[in-house]
Design a protein around this ligand. Structure first.
Ligand SMILES: Cc1ncc(COP(=O)(O)O)c(C=O)c1O
Length: 385
């Protein structure tokens, strides 16, 4: 990799991956690895899903990209589909390129419509790689620590344009803010003329066993930001906007244009991802497989004791290890998993694994992961498995 800038901040472990299939990736030598992270939580219906590959071929032979003054009807079809699953009736969608961009545009729209100085979000949320949401330490953001719920009284609700709610934080190591508190914040924001944005970049498109993370709460957002799993690895994202907001958006003043807005290929892929999830009953399968993984990991916890917590919703799961001053269980176990070619997320300095496999993960891959965890932890703790 002489000429490639790799600036993700993550360690590059496998520079020669040439092929992928569902949850497996393969290197040049044909070695097989189990990807329990779906790339960067993107391949919702599996790497190289055959229906997506076929659709991409067909759509790219028709039209990939459009100009500012013409468009392709697949974009309308995909928009209607996204509005249907978000429960936003008579709204509008715009297709973009990344989750960061979807969050940025959501913030920009909310600010433009509500016109108040602050944007509110939870302290542990990750929003964007760039722009106003990416630099949420700047003075017009309020970062609320939901673990100190009594601080809700300090929020200046009358000055909030938008509450950007990530309904289950994956970057924040799979924690779910409590429903009552979230509802209170939403009611206060709305009573004061603010807008509620659900950031569904990681929690959307079935990841938590429902279409969206906010379906685990009792509200319909005014704006939904989507990305990652929507494109199954292809860079397409979307902002779905309720008519309450879109009707107020003064398009004489509000502009946002970039070269790939509402490109047909991305919209066609998003449409097909939704169809695959519905045709293959993947929301239900996600719930069943997620519950199975959590149960089996909790059995390992009860048997060996070094796991502190197993938590998750659907196939967004975290395994937290007990802290020990002599050993990092997470580091040691991760090393052994990597030797077995099993990839999941381990953030430096945290005793936590996070896994977000494709909703299409094979049961045999789950079995392989669980039995590997059991034999590694059994070996390390001196138990015979
Ligand atoms: C909750 C959340 N929002 C937004 C983003 C940004 O998405 P992208 O990396 O596609 O720009 C991420 C990325 O990890 C995320 O986790």
């Amino acid at each position: 990799m002489n000429n490639v800038l790799f600036c993700t901040g993550h360690e590059l472990k496998y520079p020669n991956i040439v092929r992928a299939d569902n949850c497996k990736i393969y290197d040049e030598q044909g070695n097989e690895y189990l990807d329990l992270e779906s790339g960067v939580w993107c391949t919702s219906v599996g790497h190289c899903n055959p229906r997506i590959a076929k659709l991409m071929k067909e759509q790219s032979e028709k039209i990939i990209h459009t100009g500012y003054c013409y468009y392709n009807p697949i974009v309308e079809k995909a928009s209607a589909n996204i509005l249907r699953i978000t429960g936003i009736h008579n709204g509008k969608c715009v297709f973009l390129c990344s989750g960061s961009e979807a969050v940025e545009l959501s913030v920009k729209i909310a600010r433009s419509v509500a016109g108040k100085p602050y944007v509110l979000t939870m302290k542990d949320s990750y929003l964007s790689a760039f722009g106003s949401a990416g630099e949420k330490n700047i003075s017009d953001w309020i970062l609320f620590d939901w673990k100190n719920s009594s601080d809700i009284g300090k929020i200046p609700f009358d000055q909030i344009s938008a509450f950007i709610f990530e309904p289950g934080s994956s970057s924040g190591l799979v924690h779910f803010p409590p429903e009552e508190l979230v509802q209170k914040i939403i009611n206060n924001v709305r009573d004061n003329g603010g807008i509620v944005v659900a950031n569904e970049v990681t929690t959307g498109i079935g990841r938590t066993g429902n279409w969206f993370g906010h379906n685990h709460y009792n509200f319909t957002p005014d704006i939904v930001a989507l990305g990652k799993g929507l494109g199954n690895g292809y860079p397409v994202s979307c902002v779905a906007i309720s008519s309450k907001v879109s009707d107020k958006l003064d398009l004489g003043i509000f502009h946002y244009s970039q070269s790939h807005q509402n490109d047909p290929l991305g919209a066609a892929i998003a449409n097909e991802v939704i169809a695959i999830i519905e045709d293959d009953d993947l929301l239900n399968k996600c719930r069943i497989k997620g519950a199975d993984i959590v149960k089996r990991l909790r059995d390992i916890k009860n048997k060996f004791g070094i796991i502190k917590d197993v938590r998750g919703r659907g196939l967004m799961i975290a395994i937290e290890f007990e802290s020990d001053e002599n050993v990092s269980w997470a580091d040691s176990i991760n090393k052994e998993l990597l030797k077995k070619n099993i990839i999941l997320a381990k953030r430096p300095g945290f005793e936590v694994f996070r896994m977000d496999p494709a909703l299409t993960i094979d049961n045999s891959d789950i079995d392989h992961f669980i039995s590997s965890m059991e034999s590694i932890i059994g070996g390390m703790t001196g138990h015979v498995v």
